[in-house]
Design a protein around this ligand. Structure first.
Ligand code: TMP
Ligand code: ASP
Length: 243
């Protein structure tokens, strides 16, 4: 099947992924590299074959979300490191959902990590490297002409559904979904669709029994050697593959 797709010029090179045009103007190839970054790119490294794991993990999650009727950019995995996706115009916002207090929320508000948020908290970060991706609110996003209030409403609705679906999906695999970041794009019909990736790079996962961290925080906070971070990503993939 993959032999029919012709990979063309590179369209965007991000910190951990590359996007290529294809011979179909409505489809792109997303390539997962082994780069790992944190703290707005300040901390950079390379973990051999992490891209292979993230490609597989994000594939499983997007396939699951597609099966839940969430509109996503994902079409299919085409090889170890690459997926075929619908081409979208990315909205330069990161939507963070928090189910448990951790990370920047804990630091910013001086609240202990681990407190359960019975009502999930939604945050928006403006994707702008120069400004170091600041936290903004709806009014800023509308003022910046990135989205309308109506579009934000749609995004919050989809985001809330995604949280409900994947929280349960992970919980059934003995993983607590502490928080995560997602991004959206607009397809050629101007519909808002979930894009980018969902992986241990973009989520906080804690083990249901031990509350041990199972994600990029181990790298971000320098808790583990690279090899151990790789092993944790393998552990996540193993759990997702158990139905
Ligand atoms: P934070 O606590 O650092 O704000 O992160 C919240 C969640 O969003 C966490 O799961 C990591 C994810 N995230 C990213 O994937 N990329 C980012 O640039 C940021 C700020 C957060
Ligand atoms: N903004 C961070 C980065 O540069 C993401 C993170 O810490 O998760 O990759």
């Amino acid at each position: 099947m993959s032999s029919c797709i012709i990979k063309k010029n590179i369209l965007i090179e991000g910190k951990t992924k590359k996007v290529y045009n294809t011979d179909n103007p409505f489809e792109v190839i997303i390539h997962h590299t082994d780069n790992i970054t944190a703290l707005d790119g300040l901390k950079k490294s390379f973990i051999q074959d992490k891209g292979v794991l993230n490609n597989e993990i994000t594939t499983l999650i997007f396939q699951f979300l597609n099966s839940c009727n969430i509109k996503t950019h994902f079409i299919r995995k085409i090889n170890n490191r690459e997926q075929l996706c619908h081409k979208v115009d990315m909205i330069p916002l990161e939507f963070v959902v928090r189910n448990i207090v951790s990370g920047s929320m804990s630091q910013r508000l001086g609240i202990k990590e681990g407190i359960n948020l019975y009502d999930p908290i939604f945050e928006i970060f403006y994707k702008n490297d120069k400004l170091k991706d600041p936290l903004i609110n709806d009014y800023h996003a509308v003022f910046l002409k990135i989205v309308s209030h109506e579009e934000l409403n749609t995004i919050y609705n989809i985001t809330s559904q995604i949280n409900i679906f994947i929280k349960k999906y992970f919980f059934d695999k003995n993983i607590i979904l502490v928080d995560f970041k997602i991004e959206f794009g607009k397809n050629y019909k101007n519909e808002i669709v979930l894009s980018d990736e969902i992986s241990p790079d973009t989520c906080r996962f804690w083990d249901k029994r031990t509350m041990k961290k199972l994600d990029k925080d181990l790298f971000r906070r320098g808790f583990k050697e690279k090899e151990e971070v790789f092993d944790i990503y393998i552990e996540i993939l193993k759990r997702l593959n158990v139905s």
